[in-house]
Write a protein that binds this ligand. Structure first.
Ligand SMILES: *Cc1c(COP(=O)(O)O)cnc(C)c1O
Length: 370
């Protein structure tokens, strides 16, 4: 039996009739841009996350870009983000004309280390983008203290953690803006690209909503330069169907992660992911560390056994070619990040993964780490 890293068909095919009905409904209205389905999705997301404003957008990347644009961040500004993240976090900072400044992450939670962020602050620093990586919240108390101390805006990159909690609060609802992605591999996986931007601030929401549609208000009067960051009606309709099942998708991942954590304890050379106290982890990825330089051999062993796995992420942002000119190596050192890039690997944890498939993964791991 093959064990894929992710099986979107196992999630979407059982609700195929619901999805097709949603498609037919949009097809029959003939309204494909914005409209009721988008509004319905925004309202349910806002209620779920406990936020005042939820703005459907075209992708998780565009959500970050739109947040930065709505905050007026641009040339001459610096924005701090972890080096250990997906490219979009850093790429959006650059696209506004601002400079990304990369800080280190913790080895246990894989999340941003706010102590390391201290050395990144200059008089140009305007904002910080903590990333809730792999389904677990960053340390948001430390984030708030840090942001307050340096008078910084906070944008939470919650692409991998919609529904994860920090204490009683949902990730993405704590900072000035929270951004989410519905890329098919995220916990709420769409059938294409999609994203969401949330905020508790009325004025920021108003600006973001205008900028989502070319800064236009009223029609053909442009007060601001925005872009086309709109969410499709079709995608919103499909997301409305999937959102109704979201609690099951999350608990499926949580059950699978709990089984791994129980079955894989104490294997030499393997570091299991840790859940920080007070966090509810939603396991977008189950990411382990393989010690002693054996990560690539371990990856090959899994692939030889027909087990899907992936390295998120092999090249830290501060070592990316496109940022060679902006990285100030005196300002930030990212030693943990460099180690993580060599040691991490993610194994299948998707909700529809069967126990028998998990046992195959577990057996392969016991055979490797002995
Ligand atoms: C997926 C992801 C994004 C980008 O989301 P898209 O919808 O693919 O544009 C941004 N940040 C992180 C951390 C992600 O994992």
């Amino acid at each position: 039996m093959n064990v894929p890293l992710l099986d979107v068909n196992a999630q979407n095919h059982p609700i195929g009739d619901e999805l097709r009905a949603a498609f037919d409904s949009v097809l029959s209205t003939g309204r494909f841009i914005m409209g009721e389905e988008v509004e319905k999705f925004e309202a349910s997301a806002a209620q779920y996350l406990g936020v005042k404003h939820a703005v459907g957008v075209s992708s998780g990347t565009d959500a970050i870009l739109l947040a930065l644009m709505a905050l007026g961040i641009g040339q001459g500004d610096e924005v701090i983000c972890p080096s250990f993240t997906f490219f979009a976090t850093a790429g959006c900072i650059s696209r506004t004309g601002a400079t990304p400044v990369f800080c280190d992450s913790h080895l246990d939670s894989y999340n941003i280390d706010f102590d390391s962020a201290e050395s990144c602050v200059t008089e140009r620093t305007k904002a910080i983008i903590p990333v809730h990586l792999f389904g677990q919240s960053a340390d948001m108390d430390a984030c708030q203290v840090f942001a307050k101390k340096h008078d910084l805006i906070v944008i939470e990159d919650t692409a991998q953690s919609m529904g994860a909690r920090y204490g009683s609060q949902y990730c993405g609802s704590i900072g000035d803006f929270g951004t989410y992605s519905f890329f098919p591999s995220k916990n709420l996986g769409g059938l294409g690209d999609g994203g969401l931007l949330v905020t508790q601030d009325d004025a920021l929401a108003e600006t973001a909503i205008k900028m989502r549609n070319h800064g236009m208000h009223p029609r053909y009067y442009h007060q601001l330069v925005g872009g086309n960051f709109r969410l499709d009606a079709l995608q919103a309709a499909l997301l409305n169907v999937k959102f109704a099942h979201y609690a099951d998708y999350i608990s499926g991942r949580q059950n699978n992660a709990a089984y791994y954590l129980e079955q894989l304890q104490g294997l030499p050379g393997l570091v299991l992911p840790s859940v920080e106290q007070g966090n509810e982890h939603i396991w977008n990825q189950f990411t382990i560390r393989v010690l002693d330089g054996k990560r690539d051999a371990f990856k090959q062993a899994l692939l030889d056994d027909g087990i899907g796995c992936e390295i998120y992420y092999p090249v830290p942002m501060h070592q990316q070619q496109c940022f060679a000119d902006v990285v100030n190596h005196e300002q930030s050192t990212c030693t943990n990040t460099e180690l993580l890039a060599k040691e991490v690997i993610s194994i299948p944890v998707y909700p529809e993964l069967k126990r028998a498939q998990q046992d195959i993964v577990i057996d392969a791991m016991r055979a490797f780490f002995k």
